[in-house]
Design a protein around this ligand. Structure first.
Ligand SMILES: Cc1cc2nc3c(=O)[nH]c(=O)nc-3n(C[C@H](O)[C@H](O)[C@H](O)COP(=O)(O)OP(=O)(O)OC[C@H]3O[C@@H](n4cnc5c(N)ncnc54)[C@H](O)[C@@H]3O)c2cc1C
Length: 406
């Protein structure tokens, strides 16, 4: 059982990497430990419309669209609401498990081999190949390849064994999400983003409508027990409480989100990292399917090139990092800065910031330049918004401190 490329992880980004590699005519195997692709679900499935086109993976309406989103309500700790609405579809809400299965089906149709449910337990380099031991409930197998693409998410077991690090574990945000039914006064075209350090410390809470009455209600936090924090926030936050009053929680999911931006090195001899394991996740929103998907496509192509050119050295594979950085590094750096800034603000300061942002000019800018995947443009706009300068002057000292003490 020898392959040109083995991809560890059969979620969205693993499937994308495998698909773009197999299209180049090389042999590809994917190892996925769970019996069902995309399960257990650990995502809200909110993807930008632009991004899905960019990675050429727009799923068909009839399979997995839950809803179409045109804008957002951003809600301050004191309940003040800023509404931004666009006239075009901005994002879609997907069933994430179905999205992963759809992507994997494309890879299977293109000719990959899927080992499922098998966990990759060890990886050892030997004579320019990597031998992988994979295990299911009933058996253990040895498979090998010249190239490994790790798309294994934040656990990074195989990446570590082959000498690369995933994102720092002490920096993950804990996330919990409830599927809620019977919500009140929702606009199904708008997602809601709640800033509230008290419970959603160093992140935020969200309501992502699936239709007029049901939504994925979630929260990310640096605190422990995200699910408990979400329950408390639903009880206490003035707007969220009203939204959820009388609604039923039918399902609960949880996960962890890296928010520190990309890891330093995403390549080594015979190895590339892509997706969450590479920290290609937006530090502001925690979204990792579009940027991760873009990087995964590059990883698949570069890995296939390495096979064709008979060169799987780190020196050759460095081009992967160059290429994905060229596409998204500037944006990820900006997002990291914004995340750090938001993290140093108290709830009171966020209330003040919201009151200053509530002016036609600023909201128009957000409407015009706001973009889930390209956030650098709107951040630059904010940097040059004089009305916010007194606020920046009062608070930016702590931002600088947090940057330099890291
Ligand atoms: C609550 C929550 C909500 C989110 N909402 C959004 C959102 O709306 N939009 C968005 O873009 N992103 C969202 N994200 C982030 C998104 O889920 C991740 O960025 C994305 O799943 C990363 O994909 P991945 O393929 O890199 O890793 P993962 O999705 O983590 O997949 C890794 C896969 O590898 C498998 N695996 C790991 N180790 C092994 C092994 N040794 N052997 C075999 N298989 C292995 C795992 O079982 C898993 O299937 C959210 C995250 C959370 C926690």
């Amino acid at each position: 059982m020898e392959y040109d490329i083995i991809v560890i992880g059969g979620s969205a980004n693993g499937a994308q990497a495998a698909l773009s590699a197999v299209k180049q005519g090389v042999s590809v195997a994917v190892i996925e430990e769970h019996p069902s692709i995309g399960m257990p679900e650990h995502c809200s499935g909110l993807f930008s419309y632009w991004g899905l086109h960019e990675i050429d993976n727009m799923p068909p309406d009839d399979i997995i669209f839950n809803n179409k989103i045109y804008g957002s309500r951003i809600i301050a700790p004191n309940g003040k609401v800023l509404t931004v609405r666009k006239d075009k579809i901005h994002a879609i809400v997907c069933d994430r498990a179905a999205y992963d299965a759809y992507t994997m089906k494309k890879a299977l149709d293109a000719g990959i081999t899927l080992y499922q449910p098998y966990r990759a337990v060890t990886a050892v380099r030997e004579d320019d190949r990597v031998n992988i031991t994979i295990r299911s409930k009933d058996e253990e197998l040895q498979i090998s390849a010249r190239m490994i693409i790790s798309a294994e998410g934040i656990r990074a077991t195989i990446a570590n064994q082959l000498g690369l690090q995933g994102p720092p574990k002490n920096e993950f945000v804990n996330a919990a999400q409830f599927y809620m039914y019977g919500l009140n006064n929702m606009d199904p075209e708008l997602v809601e983003v709640y800033q509230y350090q008290k419970y959603a410390e160093d992140f935020f809470a969200w309501v992502i409508p699936m239709d007029k009455y049901s939504a994925k209600v979630g929260l990310g936090t640096k605190k422990k027990y995200a699910s408990k924090q979400l329950e408390n926030m639903i009880k206490e936050h003035p707007v969220l409480r009203e939204r959820c009053e009388g609604a039923e929680i039918r399902r609960r999911t949880a996960g962890r989100i890296p928010t520190t931006g990309p890891v330093k090195r995403t390549y080594a001899d015979n190895l590339l990292l892509t997706g969450d394991v590479a920290g290609q996740t937006k530090p502001t929103t925690g979204g990792g399917v579009i940027l991760g998907g873009m990087a995964a496509q590059i990883a698949g192509t570069v890995a296939a090139d390495a096979i064709k050119q008979n060169n799987t050295s780190a020196r050759f594979l460095k081009r992967y990092q160059k290429q994905w950085k060229k596409k998204m590094s500037r944006n990820l750096k900006m997002m990291r800065l914004v995340r750090k800034y938001m993290n140093v603000l108290s709830d009171k300061e966020i209330d003040t910031l919201f009151s200053k942002m509530d002016s036609k000019g600023i909201l128009d800018d957000i409407e015009k330049y706001g973009h889930v995947d390209d956030q650098a443009t709107i951040v630059k706009k904010f940097m040059f918004t004089w009305k916010l300068y007194p606020f920046y002057l009062r608070t930016s000292g702590r931002l600088l401190k947090s940057i330099f003490t890291q």
